[in-house]
Design a protein around this ligand. Structure first.
Ligand SMILES: [Zn+2]
Length: 326
């Protein structure tokens, strides 16, 4: 079974893990009447934990059959009958029953088995464990499991956090096709753990407005800082050089790299955006709900040593906050 454990980081690439991602990544925007939303929530809150709780090493066809019968069981148990939910359950059943998906999951797990084994025995494994411990020491937690995903998240993206599964989907084919695959792999895992930690602390609140740029900024800068600091701490010059090259490479890739560089130029403090999130987590509920307003977020950033005004311009782009509270 292809499972890699690096301290608090775990990555599983078995046919079942890949199928969990196929299911969890089904785009699903719950719309409709309050009754439909309530049904959706009932189903989602019961089904996805069930799916994640199934062992990753069981045979793929058995896993799919069990998941399909669980969907049917929940449909009967809760009397689910509204169109939105029925359509969603139908889509999930199709995903699970598709021979093509099952074969893709098998092929994918087989293909990356060797790669993960080699990774586990390489110096990158020690680097990853150390970098993950640094993130944990900074309060980035809980660490969520990562699953191999035979899916595409868009150009230049090799991972995504999947809130429905409380797991990270990592696209190994994109990673192996990029520069510095092993370090890119670690950076991707740590980057998504930051998004996972923000989600774990704030939860879902559809009424809350978000600062996507601050979330990305924390993910980009914290993951890169952890890698660089870990490479430095291990005292291996080759590893340090490669970590620096990987960070330079990924700074030419990410959509928010220019913002990250502007923040570093202004402050020299790569952990600052994450520290800002920690302060947001500690706000009283009403303030936390409005963290995205300039009146809440700019004093936090300012106290931490980044006295910016919003909108904040960098190059020919800018980011901003909200003016009115919700
Ligand atoms: Zn991100």
């Amino acid at each position: 079974m292809a499972q890699l454990t690096l301290g608090p980081l775990s990555v599983t690439v078995t046919p079942v893990a890949v199928m969990k991602c196929f299911v969890g990544l089904q785009q699903w925007v719950a719309r409709g009447s309050p009754e439909a939303l309530a049904e959706c929530r009932l189903f989602r809150d019961a089904f996805f934990p069930y799916l994640m709780g199934r062992p990753d090493d069981e045979p793929i066809d058995w896993f799919c059959a069990c998941a399909v019968s669980e969907i049917r069981r929940l449909e009967r148990r809760y009397g689910l009958s509204l169109q939105t939910v029925i359509q969603f359950m139908y889509r999930l059943r199709n995903t699970l029953e598709s021979r093509a998906n099952q074969e893709a999951a098998l092929w994918y797990a087989l293909t990356y088995d060797d790669w993960l084994q080699r990774f586990a025995e390489s110096p990158y494994a020690r680097l990853g464990e150390h970098a993950a411990q640094l993130c944990l020491a900074r309060g980035i937690q809980p660490f969520r499991p990562a699953l191999g995903a035979a899916a595409s998240f868009g150009p230049g993206l090799a991972g995504t956090y999947v809130p429905a599964l409380c797991a990270i989907a990592v696209q190994l084919d994109a990673i192996c096709g990029a520069a510095h695959p092993e370090l890119n792999f670690l950076e991707t895992l740590l980057h998504e753990q930051v998004h996972a930690a923000v989600h774990a602390a704030l939860g879902d609140d559809v009424g809350r407005r978000e600062l996507a740029w601050l979330n990305e900024l924390a993910a980009v800068l914290s993951s890169q800082a952890a890698l660089l600091e870990a490479a430095e701490a291990l005292g291996d010059p080759a590893l340090r050089q490669e970590a620096e090259a990987c960070v330079a490479w990924s700074r030419s890739q990410y959509a928010y790299s220019d913002l990250a560089l502007a923040c570093l130029r202004d402050t020299g403090a790569p952990w600052l955006p994450w520290l800002a999130w920690q302060q947001v987590f500690d706000l009283p509920p009403a303030e936390q709900r409005n963290y995205a307003t300039c009146g809440v977020i700019t004093p936090i950033l300012s106290r931490l040593g980044w006295p910016i005004q919003l909108p904040y311009s960098y190059g020919d782009r800018y980011v901003t906050g909200f003016v009115h509270r919700v």
